[in-house]
Write a protein that binds this ligand. Structure first.
Ligand code: KG4
Ligand code: ZN
Length: 345
């Protein structure tokens, strides 16, 4: 199947064209085009995403990206599925993608009566994004424990097989990526702060400040990150004269956040006898968390695979949306074309 996918849930405008085959037993994907127009520069001065500006940029960028794909006539010829993100995210932004896809649909419908236009959850996009790796053997992954860590979400799932998953826990307040961005603001780093915190932390001492590890010893699989952000705030307020380096503060903050994520994920993997741990979402781009996960798996002598998306596929993109759309389409479980800002997984 040739699939066109549109993603506009937050501050990246993205369109992708992918090819999918193999069905649910052995899904395989080939990326033909994967375009992302980042709005980071627009939102940077505000320290976060401004929804009205994001919507304006999506409206401007969608036709520009589409032109780059449509000019190759042989590429767009055989499209038989159009998938668009319908939530969760910023509703005005989601609508720009939905309406754009609806406008495109009639052009491809002519002579292709089976063409389908349908919606998918952004979180399913992140969850399944690891399948974009062509060498991954999907048969050996399940049951898996999957951790989605992004700017809007922190969710832990038990994935029984490619079709079925169950939520084990999620954040009760801030998402971990949001916490990185807020801590970045306290330290005068630019938005989004995740990559900059990762870079600074590499030069710092993670033991310099003992920040709290919220909920780490609680028996459930929920998370909480707003207290960790406040702990950084109080530390900075009370230690103005104590000139701890930014690198030490970021390293100590990062290790506190990752300790909780890794600890709870490993606990779930043991409890449910998982064959793999899968991480995805913007924060999964962080090389330190990948290293620490591998270290923890070795230390616990767990016989399981650790899987994360390839570079460029952790942060928002449309290839993952097309892929998740295909997996849902095969089960007849696509979402209606209505923006749902608070859609849950
Ligand atoms: O998945 P994503 O692109 O968008 C959402 O769905 O939210 O994730 C964006 C988030 C931002 O909070 C950003 O700071 C964080 O991912 N992020 C990182 C890194 N790269 C992006 N956090 C930590 N380390 C990174 N290298
Ligand atoms: Zn995302």
């Amino acid at each position: 199947m040739r699939i066109l996918a549109v993603e506009t849930s937050c501050d990246e405008t993205a369109i992708a064209l992918i090819e999918a085959e193999g069905g649910l037993k052995n899904p395989r994907f080939k990326i033909l085009k994967n375009l992302v127009a980042s709005q980071i520069k627009i939102h940077k001065p505000y320290g976060g995403v401004v929804p009205s500006l994001a919507k304006r940029e999506h409206l401007k960028n969608l036709p520009i990206l589409w032109k780059q794909i449509a000019e190759n006539k042989s590429l767009v010829k055989g499209i038989n599925l159009i998938i668009v993100t319908v939530g969760p995210g910023l509703e005005p932004c989601l609508w720009t993608g939905i309406n754009f896809a609806k406008e495109l649909y009639p052009q491809f419908k002519i002579g292709n009566q089976k063409l389908k236009l349908t919606g998918v959850s952004h979180l399913d996009g992140h969850l399944y994004s690891v399948f974009l790796n062509p060498t991954l053997n999907s048969q050996k992954l399940f049951p898996a424990v999957a951790l989605i860590i992004s700017g809007g979400h922190t969710v832990l799932l038990l994935v029984k097989n490619i079709k079925h998953y169950k939520k084990l826990g999620e954040t009760r307040d801030d998402a971990v990526g949001e916490c990185f961005d807020k801590v970045g603001r306290l330290l005068n780093l630019s938005y989004p702060a995740g990559p900059e915190i990762e870079k600074l932390a590499k030069k710092g001492n993670p033991q310099a400040v003992n920040f709290p590890r919220p909920m780490i010893y609680q028996k459930n699989y929920d998370f909480s990150f707003s207290g960790l952000k406040t702990a950084v705030l109080y530390f900075l307020r009370d230690n103005i004269k104590n000139s701890k380096k930014k690198s030490d503060i970021t390293a100590s903050f990062q290790v506190a956040a990752f300790d909780v994520l890794i600890n709870k994920t490993i606990k779930a993997a043991k409890e449910f006898k998982a064959k793999s741990i899968v991480i995805s979402g913007g924060v999964a781009a962080n090389k330190t968390i990948r290293k620490e996960f591998r270290k923890a798996i070795r230390k616990e002598k767990l016989n399981l695979k650790f899987v994360a998306p390839g570079s460029g596929f952790c942060t928002d993109n449309a290839a993952m949306i097309g892929l998740a759309g295909y997996i849902k389409y095969l089960q007849n479980k696509n979402r209606r074309l209505i923006a749902q800002g608070n859609m849950t997984i």
